[in-house]
Design a protein around this ligand. Structure first.
Ligand code: IPE
Ligand code: IPE
Ligand code: MG
Ligand code: MG
Ligand code: MG
Length: 298
C-alpha cells in the first residue's frame, strides 16, 4: 500500500469530521473557542486519530466501526493539541512556532493559551461521553474513557512532561529517559491504538497485541522526534529545530548519538510489527504506519 495516499485520505476524513464536531466560535465564549480552533486546525499529521482508525479496522473493517472510531480519534487529537499548546508555553519549552504557525500563546497570550489547552482537554471527554459516541456500548465507552484518561494523566503524558522538565539539564540514565519518552509521548499513542481496538470489540489477545504494538511505535515516535530536532530544518518541521538543545533536554541523540538512536527506533518498530502476527492483511495500514513513524521526515 502507498502510505502517503493512505495518510492523506485518512487525514481528510478526520479533518472533515473534526470541523463538524468542534464548537463554533460564536456567542459568549467565541474568543476562547477561537483560540482552541486556531491550534486544532493549524495542520498536524493527525497520527493519533489515524492510528485509532487503523487499529479499529484491523479488528473489524465494517463502516459502522470506522464511524464509531472517528469521535474517539478526534478526542485524542484534541488532547494531543492541548499538550502541544502547553508544551510550547514560556514556562515549558518556550517555542514560538508550531504546525507552521506562531504558537498559541504568541497569538492569544499566555492566559488564553493555557485556557485553550484546558478547553481542548475537557472537550475531548465531552466527545467521548456525549451523544456523538452514543452508538458505542457504554461498557466499551467507559473503558475507552479510562484508557485515555490514564494515558493523558499523571501516570501518562502529564507525568512524562513533568519528568521532561525536572530532568532538563541533569544527568539521566537510559531507564529514566525511556520512561520519560514512554510516558510523555508513548502513553497517548498506545491509548490511540488500544481505544481503536476497544471500539471495534477486540478480544483480549487482539487488545494485548495492539497494546504491545502501540508501546513500541510510541517509543519509536519520540526517538524520531528527538532525531528530527537535530537533523531536520524548522521549515520542514513547522516547529523550531534545535529546541531540545536550547532547553538542555535529555534526548536519545544526546545520550546515544544519532546512529544508535535510529537503530533503537527501528528495533522498536520491528517489535511492533512482530506483535501484529495474529492479524491478517486488515492490519497492513498499522504495519505501514509503524514504518512511516520511523522513516518520516517531519
Ligand atoms: C509532536 O507530535 C509532539 C510529540 C508528542 C512528539 P506530532 O509530531 O504528532 O505533531 P503534529 O500533531 O503532527 O503537529
Ligand atoms: C512533547 O515532546 C511531548 C508532548 C507531550 C507534547 P517535545 O517537546 O519533544 O515535542 P515537540 O518537539 O515540541 O513537538
Ligand atoms: Mg517538550
Ligand atoms: Mg516541545
Ligand atoms: Mg521534540
Amino acid at each position: 500500500m502507498e502510505i502517503k495516499t493512505y495518510l492523506n485520505e485518512q487525514r481528510q476524513q478526520v479533518e472533515k469530521y473534526l470541523i463538524d464536531l468542534v464548537l463554533e466560535p460564536v456567542g459568549t465564549f467565541s474568543k476562547h473557542i477561537e483560540s482552541m480552533r486556531y491550534s486544532l486546525f493549524a495542520g498536524g499529521k493527525r497520527i493519533r486519530p489515524i492510528l485509532c482508525l487503523a487499529a479499529a479496522a484491523a479488528v473489524d473493517s465494517k463502516e459502522d466501526t470506522f464511524q464509531r472510531a472517528l469521535p474517539v480519534g478526534c478526542a485524542l487529537e484534541c488532547i494531543h493539541t492541548y499538550s502541544l499548546i502547553h508544551d510550547d508555553l514560556p514556562a515549558m519549552d518556550d517555542d514560538d512556532l508550531r504546525r507552521g504557525k506562531p504558537t498559541n500563546h504568541t497569538v492569544f497570550g499566555e492566559a488564553a493559551a493555557i485556557l485553550a489547552g484546558d478547553g481542548l482537554l475537557t472537550f475531548a471527554f465531552d466527545l467521548l461521553s456525549g451523544p456523538v459516541s452514543a452508538a458505542t456500548p457504554d461498557s466499551a465507552r467507559i473503558r475507552i474513557i479510562q484508557t485515555i484518561a490514564r494515558a493523558a494523566g499523571p501516570l501518562g503524558m502529564v507525568g512524562g512532561q513533568s519528568l521532561d522538565m525536572i530532568y532538563a539539564g541533569k544527568l539521566v540514565g537510559y531507564d529514566e529517559l525511556r520512561s520519560i519518552h514512554r510516558s510523555k509521548t508513548g502513553a497517548l499513542i498506545t491509548a490511540s491504538v488500544v481505544s481503536g481496538a476497544i471500539v471495534a470489540g477486540a478480544d483480549e489477545a487482539q487488545e494485548e497485541a495492539l497494546k504491545t504494538y502501540g508501546d513500541n511505535i510510541g517509543l519509536a515516535f519520540q526517538i524520531v522526534d528527538d532525531l528530527l530536532d537535530v537533523e531536520a530544518t524548522t521549515e520542514q518541521l513547522g516547529k523550531p529545530a534545535g529546541s531540545d538543545i536550547k532547553s538542555d533536554k535529555v534526548t536519545y541523540p544526546s545520550l546515544f548519538g544519532k546512529e544508535t538512536s535510529r537503530t533503537m527506533a527501528r528495533e522498536a518498530v520491528q517489535e511492533a510489527l512482530a506483535a501484529l502476527t495474529l492479524f491478517d492483511k486488515q492490519a497492513d495500514p498499522l504495519r505501514a504506519l509503524a514504518n512511516y513513524i520511523v522513516e518520516r521526515n517531519k
